[in-house]
Design a protein around this ligand. Structure first.
Ligand code: IMP
Length: 425
């Protein structure tokens, strides 16, 4: 099998884990390349269930090698907690199977404090609704060239000096601006050093590992986190996460050439959800939205927050296909729409009296109005269907409409939560 990138094409939570799980059966390596423990999904393999945030979901598949690339931000304490959970379930997490790039930046305790303090201080309307995991402040330090990298764990003097330098600045913010206690250098150092011996054995050069894998004829799956419209450049800025979530970052975030990315699968839910603040033009704030949120189980794995619910947005998807260079698509949770009389879809936008096929730029999005169309519903249970031709005609029409509009083949249709509830076209 060739190398595959899996990305979410909406605002995250599209059901990427299920397809990593499906494809992991045929590949040798699973690599995470961006984000951190702001992500989260529950994976069940061979009766073993784990809510994973950081460790690639391929870890539950025996024999697969899992890599955490340089583009990830890694909370060392959370990583060790996840290791312990997996060890408790009898999963092999030895350093020859689970490896971290030495270049990966670490989320330090002060990043988490800053993330929460900042969110608390922002006025309503300005809040991002972050997961509070320290993701943004960690990426800021990386780009500001003052971050702590995983390799620094092996050099305690350097680590302490970096912590001292960071706190010199951050403690001023904590005390003078946010009115919270300063952090002590020794306390932060001790917290991180306490887990360092568990992390150091996992450190490696991920880029070289991947080169070697390919020299041996192995195949690799790049596991994206979040969704394209949370991308720091291309998303609904500033209501985004702090990394590039687009498929191109699979190369930069793991240290491989873009020519290694053969197939790019976009995961797309039959409707849209969003967690946190930010524009969401097709959002539904009524009883139907509430009902579908509940039947779709739309509550965050990381924070438990109810996900905002809305209809499919074709301009969003078109932009995603372009930004990612999608080769094909997996449509998830089609079964959740089963009992609708008709299924509303945003086909275009109206902006300044003119209709457009494009998703409007975030700054003008508040002035844009979704132009809605509707497809007939199929009004029956489809969760047992495993063949395309056995789907009701109305369900096939819905899938084909989305496919036509975004110009990308829908290869997989997921019709239920079970591992095998997937139609392959
Ligand atoms: P941060 O990534 O914690 O900084 O949060 C920034 C924005 O991204 C917030 O709106 C979060 O709710 C959202 N976000 C971060 N990770 C995920 C995810 O895995 N799924 C959905 N939304 C996410």
């Amino acid at each position: 099998m060739s190398n595959v990138v899996i990305v979410g094409v909406q605002w995250g939570d599209e059901g990427k884990g299920k397809f990593v799980d499906l494809l992991a059966q045929e590949i040798d390596y699973v690599v995470r390349f961006q984000g951190g423990n702001n992500a989260g999904h529950t994976v069940i393999v061979d009766g073993k269930k784990a809510a994973l945030h950081l460790v690639p979901s391929g870890i539950l598949h025996e024999g697969k090698i899992c890599l955490i690339g340089n583009g990830v931000v890694l909370d060392p304490v959370v990583f060790v907690e996840e290791l312990d959970t997996l060890i408790g379930q009898g999963v092999d997490v030895s350093p020859n199977r689970l490896k971290i790039s030495s270049k990966t930046h670490l989320i330090m305790p002060y990043h988490k404090v800053l993330d929460k303090a900042r969110e608390n201080k922002l006025e309503k309307g300005q809040k991002i609704g972050t997961t509070g995991r320290g993701i943004g402040p960690c990426y800021e330090d990386k780009v500001g060239r003052v971050g702590v990298r995983a390799s620094d764990l092996a050099d305690p003097d350097l680590l302490k000096a970096k912590i001292a330098a960071a706190l010199k600045e951050k403690n001023v913010l904590f005390t003078a601006l946010y009115g919270i206690d300063a952090l002590a250098v020794d306390a932060v150092f001790d917290e991180v050093m306490a887990v360092a011996p568990r992390i150091i054995p996992h450190l490696t050069d991920v880029s070289s590992e991947l080169e070697q894998a390919w020299n041996e004829g192995k195949s690799v799956l790049f596991e994206g986190a979040q969704g394209i419209h949370l991308d720091i450049d291309h998303g609904t800025y500033p209501f985004v996460t702090s990394s590039n979530t687009v498929s191109g970052n699979a190369a930069a975030g793991s240290g491989v050439g873009p020519n290694k990315l053969d197939r790019i699968i976009g995961i797309l839910k039959a409707y849209t959800t969003r967690v946190g603040e930010g524009p969401f033009p097709t959002e539904l704030n009524d009883a139907t939205g509430e009902l579908l949120r509940t039947s779709g189980g739309e509550f965050g794995v990381t924070t438990g927050r109810p996900r905002r619910f809305g209809w499919q947005d074709i301009p969003v998807l078109r932009e995603s296909a372009r930004l990612n260079g999608l080769t094909d698509v997996a449509l998830t949770k089609l079964d959740v729409l089963s009992y609708m009389d008709e299924i509303p879809i945003c086909a275009r936008y109206e902006l300044n009296g003119q209709e457009t096929d494009a998703f409007p730029f975030p700054a003008v999005l508040p002035d844009a109005k979704p132009v809605m169309t509707a497809m007939p519903g199929w009004k029956c249970d489809i969760s047992g269907v495993r063949k395309w031709e056995d789907l009701p005609e109305a369900a096939r029409n819905y899938v084909e409409y989305v496919e036509r509009e975004i110009g990308c083949h829908i290869t997989y249709v997921s019709v239920g939560p079970e591992r095998d509830s997937i139609i392959i076209r």
